[in-house]
Design a protein around this ligand. Structure first.
Ligand SMILES: NC(=O)CCC(=O)C(=O)O
Length: 289
């Protein structure tokens, strides 16, 4: 049996509609969908929400919606997600929300991870900000109002370790590599919000690449597409297995994706294609620079 994933585990991805201007309504909707996911598959132990699920995904709105994130003095969204995790006794990758650091006044795009008791286990501030300018496609510059995070994140769960990145972070293989090799993670979870320009070309490709590189699960959770909002999310939340097969995938609308992560799938692929024993650190002693 795999040392990195202790048992089969059911996961649910909540592909919520692109977030409205009403934070309370966004939170309530997330809770309704998590409740529904748990009714559909009561054995579910891990639930994932999308990037910026409680606010519009817009550079001029991040500061307005930002909350001070603290495990001790919980803000509106932190308290809400904590209760949701505790009520269902789940590990909750609570998407991401805009966070303000009162010490620096910096605003971050921050993922929140809760354990089964509702404790805030860790946070991940998006490390690579989504700054792109694609002619006839999309221009977006998160760095106009956001600051980048400065650490990689891997959290313990009752089943093993899970690495965390946010959306654009998935384009940089290093975070997933560190999660797999340094922390023996069984999965990388990315609350995300790709768009209708880059999604069709790179979303599946990147998920499959991160899985195959690291021989573990890759989990992408997107908002549903809302053509009335300013940002057209791609949708297609998915789970990719260690061989690079997409084992569960949403369409574009609001949807819950259920999947089972299986330690055997990790073991079998690592046994038959033993990358872990074959690395040539004598040839590439330090790939981090
Ligand atoms: N929210 C994001 O980081 C979007 C990333 C994206 O769409 C990409 O193509 O990368």
């Amino acid at each position: 049996m795999s040392k990195i994933l202790s048992q089969k585990v059911k996961i649910a991805l909540i592909q919520l509609s692109g977030s409205s201007a009403d934070k309370q309504a966004n939170l309530q909707r997330a809770a309704q969908f998590v409740d529904r996911a748990m009714r559909e598959q009561p054995e579910t132990k891990i639930v994932v929400l999308p990037e910026c699920f409680n606010s519009p995904y817009s550079v001029d709105k991040f500061r307005e919606y930002a909350e001070v994130v603290s495990a001790h003095k919980m803000s509106t969204s932190v308290a809400f997600l904590s209760q949701l995790a505790a009520r269902h006794k789940i590990t909750l990758f609570g998407g991401s929300i805009p966070e303000i650091d009162p010490a620096t006044d910096n605003v971050y795009n921050t993922a929140l991870i809760f354990d089964e008791s509702g404790a805030l286990v860790d946070t991940h501030r998006k490390v690579h900000l989504f700054d792109v300018d694609i002619p006839n496609g999309i221009t977006f510059k998160e760095s106009t109002t956001l600051s980048p995070g400065a650490k990689e994140t891997c959290v313990p769960t009752p089943f093993g370790n899970v690495g965390v990145g946010i959306c654009y972070d998935m384009r940089f293989p290093e975070l997933a590599m560190i999660a797999a090799r340094k922390h023996s993670a069984f999965a990388m979870v990315y609350p995300s919000a790709f768009n209708t320009v880059t999604g069709p070309v790179h979303w599946h490709l990147l998920a499959r690449a991160r899985s195959v590189d690291n021989q573990f699960y890759t989990v992408l959770c997107s908002p549903a597409r809302n053509m009335d909002s300013g940002y057209h999310a791609y949708g297609h939340s998915l789970v990719c297995d260690p061989r690079g097969n997409i084992i569960a995938e949403a369409g574009e609308g609001e949807e819950i994706v259920h999947a089972t992560l299986d330690p055997q799938a990790i073991d079998d692929f690592r046994m038959s294609v033993p990358l872990y024993k074959q690395r040539r650190f004598d040839v590439y002693p330090d790939v981090s620079k």
